[in-house]
Design a protein around this ligand. Structure first.
Ligand SMILES: [Zn+2]
Length: 666
């Protein structure tokens, strides 16, 4: 699954301006579009939109998210008034939000809500009891040691199977443990200091907390060494190993798997996809070679880490100090109401989303969006047919895959039923735990069941979109189908440039370096001739070189291999959307609007999708872990490859926005 964004976006009211929309007022008219188109499209926006203190990055998506959060806040404040006429859905979301915003109660409780789990960890007498503790922790979404859930079988994509993956790290990536440059060493030292402070807040003596923090780092460093790196994980063949449960037990006998699976109450199964086999050998070595006391410390830390944002202020502040300030450069914690709107969306998002859609996404919008998506799909069909580098047999297969793509727009047909989740006023942690447990169990119950093609993984208010290679579908939550991405008030050029490019982007993911390895049914199956695959890779190599040359922050280059899929999708997406616009205009002469031709407005709207300011800390973090390029490179990287852009702005060869060579796959 690929998203157009990686990290959750959250914003601050003080900086919210008028309703966002495409505007020539965002442009820097003193810039030359052929020298730096991003500055031309976004220069005034960037000058007028400094990063709010509680953010590490501020952009067009963040501003839209801000609008959506305000709508959701209205819904939640109304639902949290203790009105006896509330519907069942309103009771759940309203009481959840009311508990989350009840700071006085949260502060009074300190870390008390974690007592049952802390006691269970303390009571562990021997290593074979670790499986029992993991059952409880994994039901609460605590990421200790590894991740276990259900997934479509990549080679039999109509069936859900058990899947287990590497995990167990507190830092954002394995490389944070392994790199020895001064910056990485400093961030690692900061992490140890953070773990120490958190454990001290839990009541450990300073000396004990210091020793325990070192133990956590030792364990996580070993797990990191045994983890597959991010670029290799982009290759679906490297992360699919269906083996028997017996083989898993032989690989990692340190965990009592029978007890673990039974404790979680999963349906019975005999086969499991182990994404990376070596990791489970490493895990076994860690369990064998680490003292029981240190393993218990590690579990305690991960519990605390997972729940920190719902605990008393001291925990919350220390968590922000490291994960917000040190890692991303944010200056302040977000206001409480925003954190709680996001928490409600995270835990009960398909209940909250139901109310959101009623307010923000009418049926006629859904119909119009679907029409645009279908136009763009038609363009990809024409594109595939016209390719000079692909043989007819492979083209045929590509067209079969394209025709099978399912379009999911706005929100699911069936709303999720949360009636079994108990939400109690005053229990912020308890509510979160019960909602998380409900979701974990819901996922696990799918093992052995057929795949549900109608299920959504993003909540309706989310400002994001995705393509799922295993389902071969594209998904556009109602949250992104809002101005400035989709705007009823705007001309076709702006809508195709803004949301059309996102639609084309998601569709192209089905045919990027990852997506192309899956067939029409979502099976991991090679349908390319060796010759066509080699031609694809030759073209992809051009993107790898192009984007590897970009430097988002001093001394840091983008990773052209990590970002290849997203860059391929951006380039293909804008091209498809442009063609769809041209088709809709049908060669008829068009008046200029605000002094710009439709072609120019198309590119300006695309550019303004990605107007952005980013703190250097966040740029550094994202260059390591984010498969998406920063806004500037998403814009200039794409338009420089397009002769249509060159023509629209009368740029000439040799100028920076006219790339040589111009890269193109789709
Ligand atoms: Zn994407």
């Amino acid at each position: 699954m690929r998203l157009i964004l990686l990290l959750s976006l959250v914003t601050i009211a003080a900086f919210a301006q008028t309703a966002p929309g495409f505007s020539t007022g965002n442009m820097d008219m003193t810039a030359n579009p052929c020298l730096d188109f991003y500055q031309y499209a976004c220069g005034t926006w960037m000058a007028n939109n400094p990063i709010p203190p509680d953010q590490s990055r501020w952009d067009t998506l963040g501003k839209l998210q801000d609008e959506n959060l305000a709508v959701l806040r209205g819904i939640l404040e109304k639902a949290s008034a203790n009105d006896p006429k509330r519907s069942a859905v309103e009771q759940k979301i309203g009481d959840f939000y009311a508990s989350c915003t009840d700071e006085a109660t949260i502060d009074k409780l300190g870390s008390k809500p974690l007592d049952p789990e802390l006691k269970q960890i303390t009571a562990i007498k021997s290593k074979d009891q670790i499986a029992d503790a993991l059952v409880r922790l994994h039901l609460l979404g605590v990421g200790a040691f590894f991740n276990f859930t259900s997934e479509p079988d990549a080679k039999n994509s109509t069936q859900m199977i058990a899947g287990i993956d590497q995990g167990g790290l507190g830092l954002p990536d394995r490389d944070y443990y392994l790199k020895d440059d001064p910056k990485s060493v400093k961030l690692r030292e900061g992490y140890v200091a953070h773990v120490q402070k958190m454990l001290a807040l839990l009541g450990e003596s300073p000396a004990q907390a210091a020793a325990d923090a070192q133990a956590v780092l030792r364990i996580e460093k070993e797990l990191a060494k045994g983890s597959l790196d991010r670029v290799s994980r982009r290759d679906p063949n490297q992360t699919y190993h269906k083996i028997s449960v017996k083989e898993l037990a032989a690989l990692s006998p340190g965990i009592d798997w029978t007890k673990y699976f039974a404790g979680l109450g999963t349906p019975s199964f005999t086969e499991i996809d182990v994404s990376f086999l070596d990791f489970f050998k490493t895990l076994n070595a860690v369990l064998t070679n680490t003292s029981l006391a240190d393993l218990k410390t590690y579990l305690r830390w991960h519990l605390l880490h997972a729940e920190a944002t719902l605990l008393a202020k001291a925990f919350l502040d220390e968590n922000f100090h490291y994960y917000g300030q040190t890692l991303t450069g944010a200056k302040e914690l977000e206001p409480l109401w925003k954190r709680c709107v996001n928490a409600t969306d995270g835990d009960l998002g398909f209940a909250l989303g139901q109310k959101y859609v009623e307010q923000a996404f009418p049926p006629d919008a859904k119909a119009r969006v679907l029409g645009m998506v279908q136009e763009i799909e038609k363009m990809l069909g024409q594109d595939i047919q016209s390719l000079d580098w692909m043989t007819p047999g492979t083209k045929q297969q590509a067209l079969v895959k394209l025709r099978a793509v399912a379009n999911k727009i706005g929100y699911p047909d069936q709303w999720r039923d949360y009636s079994s989740v108990k939400i109690v006023r005053g229990e912020a942690v308890g509510n979160d735990e019960r909602a998380t447990e409900f979701e974990v169990r819901r996922q696990l119950s799918k093992i052995g069941q057929p795949v549900d093609p109608g299920e959504w993984t993003m909540t309706p208010p989310t400002v994001n979109a995705y393509y799922s290679p295993l389902h071969n579908n594209i998904n556009f939550p109602a949250g992104i189908l809002q101005p400035p991405f989709f705007d009823n008030r705007m001309d076709a050029a702006v809508n195709y440039g803004a949301i059309g490019a996102v639609m084309g982007h998601e569709l192209t993911h089905g045919f990027d370096d990852q997506g192309r390895q899956f067939d029409a049914q979502g099976n991991l199956r090679n349908w390319w001739t060796p010759q066509d695959a080699a031609e694809f890779e030759k073209r992809a190599e051009c993107f790898i070189k192009e984007y590897s040359a970009f430097t988002p922050v001093d001394g840091v280059h983008l990773n052209g291999k990590l970002t290849l899929g997203e860059n391929t999708a951006d380039n293909g997406g804008v091209r498809l959307a442009f063609r769809a616009l041209m088709t809709s205009l049908d060669g008829k002469p068009q008046p200029k609007i605000d002094g710009f031709t439709p072609q120019q407005r198309f590119f300006l709207a695309y550019g303004q999708d990605w107007c952005q300011n980013t703190r250097p800390e966040a740029s550094r973090l994202r260059a390591q872990i984010d498969p998406h390029s920063p806004g500037r490179d998403r814009v200039n990287g794409v338009i420089g490859n397009m002769p249509e852009f060159r023509e629209a702005f009368a740029c000439h060869a040799g100028q920076p926005m006219v790339h040589a060579p111009a890269c193109r796959v789709w």
